[in-house]
Design a protein around this ligand. Structure first.
Ligand SMILES: C[S@@+](CC[C@H](N)C(=O)[O-])C[C@H]1O[C@@H](n2cnc3c(N)ncnc32)[C@H](O)[C@@H]1O
Length: 197
């Protein structure tokens, strides 16, 4: 009962405030802690649908910023004139082609999540594969000094991903926003200041 009430709080608030998903409050917490967005920031949002992160990002980057969102399905509605949607599976992306199309970005955010099967190990492995792919996308598209945020379901393999990120970013932090549902194993890894290659 208590759990449902708690979950409803974010869901209800998201509806009242016209966000396309309650996930927006996780990004807001991440932004407050890691100062992800500045006016003019160019953002790549992986797994962007239904679209609340892109809505939030579009507002925060202002008129000079740009947000590109990628997902296998489209957003729930109009996001912003600063937003471009690309319908694609991230595993099928031609990263050279994407770079030529949108150029380097200042921030890559990934809320990619698999269809959950209910089997903890299977879901954690799928989430890890998505997070590693997000990291590869950032390897190609993120400028030196840029920030990277990705969701992952915590498991015994999370340490490996952290190690991979540590070789690429000056600092790596793990953060679990309060808006993550109780009982969920999701955490966010944040790479701060991508090293020059
Ligand atoms: C939790 S939702 C993201 C919510 C989003 N951040 C928001 O605020 O609205 C995860 C998204 O990842 C997408 N996704 C999962 N696997 C994908 C893949 N291989 N390629 C592209 N998108 C994928 C799903 O379609 C889903 O929309």
């Amino acid at each position: 009962m208590k759990k449902t009430k708690w979950a409803d709080h974010y869901t209800r608030r998201a509806k009242e405030e016209a966000w396309f998903a309650r996930s927006v409050y996780k990004l807001e917490e991440l932004d407050k802690k890691f100062r992800l967005f500045q006016p003019g920031t160019r953002v790549l949002d992986l797994g962007c649908s239904p679209g609340s992160w892109s809505q939030y990002a579009s507002r925060k980057v202002g008129p000079k910023g740009r947000v590109t969102g990628i997902d296998i399905k489209g957003p729930k509605g109009h996001i912003s004139d600063r937003f471009t949607f690309l319908e694609a599976d991230i595993f099928d992306l031609d990263l050279g082609g994407l770079l030529a199309k949108i150029g380097k970005v200042d921030l890559v955010i990934s809320d990619l999540a698999p269809q959950t099967s209910g089997a903890r190990d299977v879901d954690a492995a799928r989430s890890m594969t998505l997070a590693q792919r997000a990291m590869e996308v950032a390897d190609h598209l993120l400028k030196a000094g840029g920030k990277f945020v990705c969701k992952v379901f915590e498991s015994s393999d999370t340490g490996q991903l952290r190690a991979l990120l540590k070789s690429r970013y000056k600092e790596v932090k793990a953060f679990r926003p309060k808006a993550v549902r109780k009982g969920s194993r999701e955490i966010y890894l944040v790479g701060i200041s991508k090293k020059a290659t």
